[in-house]
Design a protein around this ligand. Sequence first.
Ligand code: PCA
Length: 324
Amino acid sequence: MKKLLISVLCAVSLGHTSAVMAQTTWKLATGYRAESFHTQNILQFSRDIEQATAGQLKIQVHPNNTLAKLNDIRQAVVDGKAEAGETIMTSMVKDIPIAGADAVPFVVSSYKDAARLWKLQRPGIEKHFAQRGLILLYTVPWPPQGLHSSKPIRSLADFKGTQMRTYNSTTLRIAELLGAKPVDVAMVDVGKALAEGRMDNMITSALTGVENKVWGAIKYYYEINGWFPKNVVFVSSKSFDALKPEARSAVRKAAAEAEARGWAASESLASSATEELRQNGIRIDRIPPDVELEIKRMGEKFSREWVRTVGNEANQIFVPYYLQ
Ligand code: PCA
């Protein structure tokens, strides 16, 4: 009897072990808040996968820079601190220069063109990811980048000496060219930095203004439509390859759906967020044409510098982009 009981117990515990082994949980690190539309999209992506795999693959989302900081997320996935991650493409430019293609100013001015650029940028990113043991799952753009300012902008001199918030190499270079003082502030800290008087203006989406409730300090929003930066979601090849083929296809399918859903959400938020800024007392204005022209010239200067430093891989994206 005792023997039988022991063997029954063993069988139960073995059965239990194999059930546990069949279930995989990925940690996914992101630098944005749980309420952000990007993170909400990831949460839907993870629910879709959990459902399609009957709970065999779960994705545990760690938002708000808690598992790794936005700029360190790519490396954190390479190092195995998280199986998957989301970051902004431009956070990777030191290591993968063509990741900056979507933040070259005044190249893309609509979602349609942003999608066209992404099609041309994608193969290079996938190649660089593969060399680093990463698999690209999908990207979603932020709404177009506009100028938020505490003071009206009447001439370029209005930027001189102001504290300009930056979040990537494009915004940093623009601040330098405008004679402003660049202040590096994470997206999730914008409200705090404004309250503490650490910034006067910034180039980012109307949505980021809304998510940080910038009204009060920010009085003007100019729709300069600078560029459409993208967030990218990826996983380590090691974790992906360890999945059964059906689970791998479920991940790919959910990723394609998340990409389509995210692009549509971004586009609809682009106009509703600008409206929300207006409703909260921010004046939505046009920048004077001569100032706009000067800013566009700076954008062109930035593009030339960018193509020169990145070299051939930049041409592979932009030559067909302009020829199509
Ligand atoms: N929001 C993010 C990146 C681009 C955007 O619209 C930020 O401001 O950091």
